[in-house]
Design a binder for this molecule. Sequence first.
Ligand code: FO1
Length: 318
Amino acid sequence: MILTLAGGVGGSKFVKGLASSKHKEDVTVVINTGDDFERFGLYISPDIDINLYTLAGLIHEQGWGFKDETYNTQNVFKNLYDQDCWFNLGDKDLATHIYRTHLLRQRISLTEITKELCEKLGISLKILPMSNDRIASYIHTPEGRFHFQEYLIQRRMSDQVLKIEYHGAANASPSPGVLEKIAEANIILFAPSNPLVSIGPILSLPVIKDAIKKSKARVVAVSPIVNGGVIKGPADRMMRDMNIEVSPAGIVDYYEGLLDGIVIDFQDEQYFSELKNRGLEVLVTNTIMDSDEKKESLANQVVEFADHIKAKALKQNI
Ligand code: FO1
């Protein structure tokens, strides 16, 4: 059993790799819902959609939304809502948001809706939202508190990040199946997603973090930081603002006490000894997933690496 925690753009590439890996039958993915919010009365769940569209082969090359998308509805919205259209919603994408919102209003859970969407899109990988309760990542800045999407898109990451609040997480329940999957898992993977606003919100549910700490599984993170930066997204900038070192060592600091191993890119080989000295197993490989072959290869390598840590630990216990 392999449980993977993932966010949107970076995480979904790794998830796609897992879906075509040798281990696909054993994988469950728990997705961040801290990015979720409402626009024009519609419930939007960006990280779930990014993963589903990626797995279905429908994702736009920018990393979100459908490929071959049109924006006719949004152009009408621009007039109706006085140009307040900073969050781009394509015509095809809107169908997902309308469908999801319609079912949520019938009190069908996000877990059930995600399962239905997977079936309709022909996705066999097991995907769970982290929770059916509303949790929102808020970014505290000198200018005030903003929802993550406002910080990222409307304000174009122009604010200094003082603090991140996972609103609603303290009293939220994980979605059905999450704790059971953690208990069953031999391997828990943190995808190369933003630690602060993708994996962080999942770990902000106290029972999830606690279950991972107590789990018998080997916990391995794939570093989203490569050569002092990220491939896409605001993780490096946010980490810098929060005084977290922008390196694989900073990733380990952030996941303090949770990891048995870390996967880093060849470009960060210089961190190998430092990370080993901190008691971690380290795999140095190519983590840049710019083709489907590389996604699959990374997924296979990460699972085999985590398996090897497990075997080693078992041997030491004999
Ligand atoms: N990202 C953008 O940079 N600009 C957008 O207008 C935008 C719209 C959007 C619509 C649906 C969706 O599922 C994702 C969308 N994203 C957009 C991506 C999203 O804001 C973030 O990348 C994720 O929340 C982070 O994983």
